[in-house]
Design a protein around this ligand. Sequence first.
Ligand code: TLP
Length: 345
Amino acid sequence: MKKFIDLRSDTVTKPSEGMRKAMYEAEVGDDVYKEDPTANELEEYAAELLGKEAALFVPSGVMGNQICLNVLTSPGDEVICEKDAHIFQYESGSPAMLSGLQLSLVEGDKKGIFTATQIEPLIRPSSAYYMARTRVIEIENTHNRAGGTINPVENIQEIFRLAKKYNLFMHLDGARIWNAYVETGISPAKYASYFDSVSCCLSKGLGAPIGSIIAGSKEFIKEAYRVRKAWGGGMRQVGIIAAAGLYALKNNIERLKEDHQKAKLLAYNLSQLKTVNIDLELVQTNIVMFSLVNMKAEDFILKCKDRGLLLGTGKVGVIRAVTHMDVTMQEIEKACKIIEDILTE
Ligand code: TLP
């Protein structure tokens, strides 16, 4: 089979040998009885890492976000989020489908960041029974569709104060919170401290094959446990995959820095090409977004595929490249060459 340089997403990583060994050796039990020692260990470890009372292992990031939103709300409630948030763009309408929620969309800046001042007018008065009830403010950090950008902790603090003032919950889609951490040095627990619920992926840059973690108070997780079961996410001898998650958290966080270096190299090379539009300020972690002056994104992506390079898409007309552990610096250099050849021929 042809070996592609696969930059479609950091979700394409395959478990390493060390991770597979940990999976092979994992002690397992029936997790629906809470008897899987490895899943229990993962949940305890993750709760501590995120500075929360408890955590729960769930099959995917989407399920993580949606369980959190479900637990924090009642049908008819409203969730404030950025217009390019994953929960709005890429979760199949599940806030409405699963929890009867409506989303109130805010236009962030080019980094997908909105401020407290911007959203205060969107919070509906609690006396207005004829309006939806504002219940949750959701923040995605890093912000996928904006290009893996980091939300400054001071901004999150301001939004947290606003949430307290109006008695609102805060939810963090921290699918890539680990990337924000390695770049800023601000711990995942510090980021999580402003949120009632957090959802973090193990199967993106951290390289686990499956799974996400949600975390919050004991009471929150007790309810989340019920919702996970109701939605068919109660897993049995799940230690086999929990072991991969545990391995990922223990071994693969710090190395994300390398992925950021790869993204910077790719972005810099792209910025040298005349027909590429790229904003280097947005390349803060492992995602590179760019567009082309004289070629449709879809045509370009097909040409790249023909030459062994797989790329994805972001917003309309935008090409997305995501760096990860299964792509080397040399392969990034090769990817740059492929792109340059296509754009200069
Ligand atoms: N993102 C995927 C696609 O869905 C776009 C990707 O390739 O980047 N929150 C954020 C911020 C995400 O980027 C993703 C996945 C999720 C949640 C959902 O995670 P999964 O795919 O595990 O359900």
